[in-house]
Every structure is written in structure tokens, then in C-alpha cells.
Design a binder for this molecule. Structure first.
Ligand SMILES: [Zn+2]
Length: 232
């Protein structure tokens, strides 16, 4: 992803040195665990401008992990032309991921695999309030079907307080969607990377030691090893 020409995000009360790639404090850098997988779906994040550069944004974990995923800047009045062009690709099967609602019931669909087309899940990446505004006011999104993550998981995201337990953070929504379409292996990789992010972030905030032998880390090491042996 290209973060050039953008001002770095200045976190409250901190002059901690951060890794430029993962934005975590240097000590907690998670870049060593990064691995990308070819999943059965791609994710496009329409990201609110206040959200992009926040170190606690988990959308980045998706674009780091799931191949072909991308980030677009959301605007109510001036849609990203790159996004509109990408939507026109006949080889994709796009959905907006959003909870069910009465006034757009006719747009709600279940996932259905369509031969020759790759599912693309569009996630409105912002706070819950921002996402709702984006959904309501992005007229160019009106023609897209809406899919709801059918999950019983509750959020394990520790860095931001959600208003409700069922408000998953962006990375968790993507994990739920991968599970929903039966791609458990990719869901596991993304979830492991999210776990490590959570663990490192917290440890660096609380100045605690960072555990190196966790289930999530072992899974990603194995995934990296398998990938390396395939490409060798
Ligand atoms: Zn890093």
C-alpha cells in the first residue's frame, strides 16, 4: 500500500518511534509474521479519511494478508475513480458487507458462488457511525447487493472499545466473511495475524514482554515456510 505523501498519524501523547510498515511501536513490530495468502475472496476497504493512518486501524491487516485486497478512499461526493473502474470488472462478484436493515431489505443477499467470478467483499472502514453514514450517503454504492456477516463471534479487539460486543472490528469482519464462504484456511491466517497485532500492541502499550511462542505465531511461521517451499 502506498502511504507516501501523507502526513504520519500522530498518536495522542506519544513520541514513540513506530515501524513505518505496520505502524506499531518498533519494539512490537509485527512485520516478521506477515504472510499473504491467495484466498477465495478479496476485500476492498472503503476507508474514511480519519481512519487510514490510525495505528489501531485493523483494515491494514487485511490488505497485508489477503492477496488482491485493496484500499480506497471514501468520499460522499467524489467517489474514487479507481474504485469505480475496479467495480466494472466482469470477473468480480462484489458485495457490500453491512448488517441487515429494514429500509434496504431488498438488497440483502446470501453468498452464492458464481463460476468465473471472484467474490469481492467491500467493507466500509471507519467507526460504526462513519460506516453508517458511508452506507447511506454513498449513492454509487446503491446498486450493490448487501451481505451480512452471519457470525456468533464477539469482538476480541482490545484496543478500541466497541459500543457493543457484536461490533466486530474490520479485520474480524473479514475473518467472518472468509469463514462464511468456507475458506477456513485463509480465515485462520488473517485471524492469527490479528491476534499477533493485538498481543504486540497491548504489550507495547503496557511495556510488557512479548511472548514469541504462541499458537498464532506458530501458524504464521508454518504458512511462511510452506509458501517459501512452493516458490523455491
Ligand atoms: Zn513493522
Amino acid at each position: 500500500m502506498n502511504y507516501e505523501n501523507q502526513k504520519p498519524f500522530v498518536a495522542r501523547g506519544s513520541n514513540i518511534e513506530r515501524c513505518e510498515a505496520c505502524l506499531l511501536p518498533q519494539r512490537g513490530c509485527i512485520c516478521d509474521y506477515r504472510v499473504s495468502v491467495e484466498a477465495r475472496a478479496r476485500f476492498w476497504l472503503l476507508t474514511h479519511r480519519y481512519e487510514t493512518l490510525k495505528p489501531t486501524n485493523t483494515g491494514r491487516l487485511i490488505t497485508d494478508t489477503i492477496e488482491g485486497s485493496d484500499l480506497f478512499r471514501w468520499s460522499r461526493t467524489e467517489p474514487d475513480t479507481r474504485f469505480l473502474q475496479a467495480l466494472d470488472d466482469p470477473a468480480i462478484d462484489p458485495y457490500i458487507v453491512f448488517p441487515e436493515g429494514e429500509d434496504y431489505q431488498h438488497r440483502m443477499v446470501e453468498f452464492e458462488h458464481k463460476p468465473g467470478r471472484q467474490p469481492v467483499f467491500i467493507i466500509l472502514d471507519g467507526t460504526w457511525r462513519q460506516a453508517r453514514r458511508m452506507f447511506r450517503h454513498g449513492r454509487y454504492l446503491d446498486r450493490l447487493p448487501v451481505i451480512q456477516p452471519s457470525t456468533t463471534r464477539t469482538s476480541r479487539y482490545m484496543l478500541r472499545k466497541a459500543q457493543h460486543d457484536h461490533h466486530l472490528c474490520t479485520a474480524e469482519v473479514a475473518v467472518a466473511m472468509l469463514e462464511q464462504i468456507g475458506d477456513q484456511a485463509s480465515a485462520d491466517v488473517l485471524e492469527a495475524y490479528f491476534d499477533i497485532f493485538n498481543q504486540h500492541y497491548r504489550a507495547s502499550r503496557l511495556s510488557r514482554p512479548i511472548e514469541s511462542d504462541t499458537g498464532a505465531k506458530n501458524l504464521l511461521r508454518v504458512t511462511q515456510g510452506n509458501k517459501a517451499s512452493v516458490s523455491a
